[in-house]
Ligand binder design. Structure first.
Ligand SMILES: NC(=O)c1ccc[n+]([C@@H]2O[C@H](COP(=O)([O-])OP(=O)(O)OC[C@H]3O[C@@H](n4cnc5c(N)ncnc54)[C@H](OP(=O)(O)O)[C@@H]3O)[C@@H](O)[C@H]2O)c1
Length: 245
């Protein structure tokens, strides 16, 4: 039994206006999927991306939704379904990075990290899963720091991404009876706004001698949503240029 979803089944991306999320939106739209995506701080980039998707002959929808607010997440699922119908693909990319040593990290920042990077991921799965098409695909964007941290001031971020990896394992078991797969992509350094200030420090340390491109992460996400990946679920796949090898 391999209940693959249709290649034109809609996709919903949490955090799609820029960085890796935008590359994932463009990639899934180019494959022929209508793509709804959320944004919180970048309305202009969201509108420009919808325009680009439509110019390419696809269908796009930008929805303002703060992943830290579960009600926003629930409404985003509802809005996406109203426009495109039940999703076949769900990608949860929205995430934040706040750095700080363990003895200095502010409690409010800790709560914010959990709200976006952990509860936001849970809410997206919780509210989307009942509507996902059987045979559907869920992909979360974690981080290679879930396995090995490698630099100071990253404990809280790494903890949130380790939580995502474990959430995915358990969710895989719950969703398997419906042939829905869920996997976690764990990038290392990728060229986006999030890492703009860190690149000079990181680049020389990368075994492959370069930083990843958002499109390379989108390629892996696209593979995970393809029929070829039907037997993979509950996995965390690290893609980091050898950083944690
Ligand atoms: N870049 C890296 O080297 C790297 C490495 C490992 C893992 N990651 C992970 O990859 C994912 C994407 O990161 P990126 O590098 O593309 O970062 P980015 O350029 O900073 O983009 C962050 C994305 O998350 C969205 N987002 C942030 N807070 C949100 C909130 N409260 N509600 C809804 N959306 C929110 C942003 O939406 P707006 O555009 O509306 O602000 C944007 O789409 C994150 O989960 C990050 O932790 C990144």
């Amino acid at each position: 039994m391999n209940a693959a979803i249709s290649p034109s089944a809609p996709a919903l991306i949490f955090g799609g206006a820029r960085g890796m999320g935008a590359a994932i939106v463009r990639r899934l739209a180019a494959e022929g999927r209508p793509v709804a995506f959320t944004y919180v701080s970048a309305p202009e980039r969201a509108a420009t991306l919808v325009q680009a998707v439509e110019t390419g002959g696809g269908a796009g929808l930008a929805i303002r939704a703060d992943s830290a607010d579960p009600e926003d997440v629930r409404l985003a699922v509802e809005t996406a379904i109203e426009r495109f119908g039940k999703p076949g693909v769900l990608v949860i990319n929205a995430g934040i990075l706040m750095s700080g040593a363990i003895d200095q990290f502010a409690m409010d920042d800790f709560d914010r990290m959990l709200a976006v990077n952990v509860r936001g991921v849970f809410a997206a799965i919780r509210y989307s899963a009942p509507h996902l098409l059987d045979g559907g695909r869920i992909v979360t964007i974690g981080s290679n720091t879930a396995d090995r941290i490698g630099s100071p001031a990253s404990s809280v971020y790494a903890m949130t991404k380790a939580a995502v990896a474990q959430l995915v394992r358990g969710a895989a078991l719950d969703l398997a009876p419906r042939q829905i797969t869920i996997n976690n992509v764990q990038p290392g350094p990728v060229e986006t706004d999030m890492t703009a200030d860190l690149m000079a420090y990181i680049a020389p340390k990368l075994p492959l001698g370069r930083i990843g491109k958002p499109e390379e992460i989108a390629d892996l996400v696209a593979w995970l949503t393809s029929p070829a990946a039907g037997y993979m679920t509950g996995a965390s796949l690290t893609i980091d240029g050898g950083w944690t090898a």
